[in-house]
Design a protein around this ligand. Sequence first.
Ligand code: AMP
Length: 227
Amino acid sequence: MAATNMILLGPPGAGKGTQAERLVADYGLIHISTGDMLRGAVAGGSELGLQAQAYMNRGELVPDELVIGIVRERLDAADIRAQGVLLDGFPRTVAQAEALSEAIIGLALSPPVVVNLTVPSAALLRRLTGRRMCRQCGSIFHIDRDEVEVGTPCPVTGCGGEIYQRGDDQPEPIGERLAVYLRQTAPLIEYYTAKGQLIDIDGDAPPPVVAERVEQALSAAGIEKCE
Ligand code: AMP
């Protein structure tokens, strides 16, 4: 049977990264986060990073052709064919969704199931301003839930990387990112609904509760966790 592929859709702060960590572990998928890839490119000072940095700092989307290029290249791999992919933060525009659809057909992968996390705007703002990350392992924390402070070591066993706050998790870029989401990404809800691929999940709950809702919805769609 062909491997299952998934897309995690939702506004910034909906919990895509947190749910992605679980889905990857539970369903054995390969995680592709375009945000992580772009932050890695910026940190590494590559040509892609240099081109992407200014857009990211402003909270705007990086041009479609740059992002589509890196995803297309990564999708054409044996691990993805065997295990399936979890796309987190991609697609974010209709042009990206169309390019993805073409790539999936071209590579003979199965059409993705789209998990759409819905969260009210006030909760998104609280989540984004309180979010902290580990520079080394990429774990996501929240100051309301975890005892983490910027500049201290990551509490994940064996990691110890530096805890930081993303530059775009500040009030100004957050406002721009939410506006960009409504303008450019929210149309994907209709796009994937029309294709019969969308599953809506109420994401306004603690991460384990949301994970349980996702698991139940996927099971109802015939997609089960790995043993
Ligand atoms: P994220 O970590 O998904 O919130 O992404 C952080 C930033 O990376 C976004 O605000 C964009 O500037 C850029 N980015 C990530 N994914 C995409 C994408 N699919 N298309 C365009 N820009 C992206």
